[in-house]
Structures are given as C-alpha cells and as structure tokens.
Design a protein around this ligand. Structure first.
Ligand code: KG4
Ligand code: ZN
Length: 343
C-alpha cells in the first residue's frame, strides 16, 4: 500500500480564516474555520482591512489547531496549499504569505488553487465517480458561475453574473429587510414562514441563450417594494408585520432559485450533461438544494451537492483540490502572489 498524501490547505480569501489537513483529496483529517462574521456584522458586509487584520491574528492558531487535530506531525505534511485567487487582495495576501513561509521552512511543495473552483471540490470529493459531461454551478457571496466541468482541474466558464452575485443579493436584501448579517442564512430562516408566491419579483433571464446572470434588477424590485416606486418614500419595513417580511423573503428567494435552476438546466441541455454539481455558500440553502434536486431528477441527471458544512468558505475544499494538482505536478513557487480577480 502506498502512503497517503497529506495536504495542509489554507483559506483567507474573504472573512473566514481556515486551515485543514486532507489525505488523498478525500479523507478529512482536520478542519478549522474561524469566522469573522461578528466583526463585520455592524457594517452589514465584509470590511477588507478588518478582514485582513483578523486573518493575521487568527491564522497561526488556526493552522496549529488544524495540524494538531489531524494527528500528524508537521513533517508528515506533504504539501502546503493556498487559495490565492480570487478574493479580497489584502485578505488573500495573508494566507499566501503564510503558505509560502511554511512551504519554505518545511521544504515542501507549494500549491495554488482557485477559490471558486475549490467550492466545487466540496461537491465532488465524496463521489465515487464523476459521470461526464458535467455542469457545475458555484453560488457564493462573490460569484455566480456556471462551468462545463471535465474534472477537478478542467473547468470551462459557461456563464457568470454581470452584476451582483447570488449571495450578495441575499445579503443586500437581508439588509433592506433589517435582517442580521450574514444575510443568506437569515433570509432562508425568515422565508420558511413566508409565501413564495405572495409577490411576483422579476426573474432576469437575459437573452434566450444566455448563461449569464443578473440579480441587480431583482434587488431593486425588493427595494421599490419596501420604499415605494422610485424610492420616494421611507422604508416601510419597520411597519411591516413579520408575515409581510417573511413573504418578501420567500418571494425573493423563490425568484433567485428560479433563475439559478432554469439557467443550470439550460447549461446542462447545452452540453448534454449527465451530472450537475453545486457548491458555494448559497448552496447551503435548503430550498435551492431541493429545487435543483427536483430538476435533476426530472431530467434524469445526477446531482452532486457540497455537504452543508463545506458550502461556505473552508480549507478542506482547498486541500482537496490541491491533491489533484499535486498528482499532476502543478506546483507554485515562492513568487506566488494573491490575485483579486482571475485573469
Ligand atoms: O462561499 P462563501 O462562504 O463566500 C464566498 O466565496 O463569497 O459564500 C458566502 C455567501 C454569503 O453571501 C451568504 O449570505 C451566502 O453565501 N449564504 C447563503 C446561505 N448560507 C450562506 N445564502 C442563502 N442561503 C443560505 N442558507
Ligand atoms: Zn467562497
């Protein structure tokens, strides 16, 4: 039996400081996530400088914990992996610097992964096999992207958002409805008591064949609904009953899900997909998971969804994706830099 390959993954692209050790891309030996949600709550969104400083403070203890929990010694780690793009530049840089330092000290390979791609790894890692062709949807706070997925390392972008990401829309609508940060989980909770058909919010499908997304019109429609047409009035939210707020949350959520499911179906038809993959923070939403499941079943496709615990940012997905780069010999060197956007 060959020895397993243990990879330490590090994730600092936004507001979670995370480290994990994963063996052979599949066996999670440890996973530590320090969320900064409390620090950003009063600002209603992530403040890059605060995120960066918090990463500096927590990263060392988080990495130490991840190694301790794995039951391995540092010299049993075979490679250090870092999500170096895309994300907040000054947040990514903290993780990139730490990963480079560890790789240099331990004299182990450094592996750079794309954060958005790694979200899909969470959906793939438990699957025995990936029936191709596969369409992959990543829905997070920063991205809404559809890919033609050949393998963990071979993802071709088919479409993405032209304005707000799906998670961003959830967060902004939560702010409009005076729901606490982070908005996504709170919209989902509130929507459980609401009627998704109470208000018909717009579903932007763009051109007939388009696989791009646009959520800013939907967000504006919620804003108008709460402030009055043309934003002339005051927000009515504080005067609304819990039922009225729940109805808005449920109707908004239904509109987002409708578009996500229809576009994913369109992409799946285009490449004749056998499999649909779903990952990213918004993939934690049960209503979205159920709607995609229904679509996949009715179109006879297999749906692979990220486990809920690995939907939002974590380092398991980073270490797991890095394993395939390790096997392919795709290593980075110490000139590696953080990149806010992917080119
Ligand atoms: O993947 P992620 O942790 O960070 C990025 O890469 O952006 O995603 C965070 C996003 C946030 O916008 C958050 O509100 C959203 O995922 N989110 C949800 C749910 N849980 C997290 N959106 C809808 N329903 C949820 N249950
Ligand atoms: Zn993410």
């Amino acid at each position: 039996m060959t020895d397993s390959i243990n990879i330490l993954g590090i994730e600092t692209s936004c507001d979670e400081t995370a480290a994990a050790v994963v063996a052979d891309g599949k066996i999670v030996k440890s996973s530590v996530v320090a969320s900064q949600a409390k620090l950003h709550e009063k600002y209603g969104g992530v403040v890059p400088e605060i995120a960066s400083r918090a990463h500096v403070e927590s990263l060392y203890p988080v990495i130490k914990q991840a190694i301790e929990d794995s039951g391995l010694r540092a010299d049993q780690i075979d490679a250090v992996a870092i999500a170096n793009q895309p994300g907040l530049s000054i947040a990514l840089t903290v993780g990139v610097t730490a990963a480079k330092t560890l790789a240099m000290m331990w004299e182990k390979p450094l592996i750079a992964v794309n954060h958005v791609h790694s979200h899909l790894q969470a959906a793939m890692m438990d699957a025995a096999e990936l029936a191709l062709p596969a369409v992959a949807l990543v829905v997070s706070g920063g991205h809404t992207s559809l890919y033609d997925c050949e393998s963990a390392l071979d993802l071709k972008l088919m479409g993405s958002t032209i304005d707000d990401a799906a998670g961003e829309a959830f967060d902004k609508v939560a702010t409009i409805l005076n729901l606490p940060y982070p908005g996504g989980p709170n919209i989902e909770k509130t929507a459980k008591n609401g009627n998704p058909k109470a208000i018909h919010f717009p579903r932007s499908m763009l051109d007939k064949d388009s696989l791009d997304f646009s959520f800013s019109g939907l967000k504006t429609a919620v804003l108008y609904h709460c402030y009055g047409q043309n934003m002339k009035g005051q927000s009515q939210v504080s005067k609304m009953t819990p039922q009225e707020i729940a109805d808005i949350a449920a109707s908004f959520q239904a509109a987002v899900i409708d578009v996500l499911v229809k576009k994913t179906k369109r992409a799946a038809e285009k490449i004749n997909a056998k499999t649909i993959l779903l990952g990213g923070g918004v993939a934690a939403n049960s209503a979205l998971r159920e709607a995609l499941e229904k679509m996949a079943n009715s179109t006879k496709r297999t749906l692979l969804v990220s486990p809920k615990k690995y939907c939002t940012d974590n380092a398991v997905m980073v270490a797991s994706l890095a394993y395939y780069k390790y096997k392919a010999g795709m290593f980075a060197d110490l000139t590696l830099e953080a990149k806010a956007t992917v080119n």
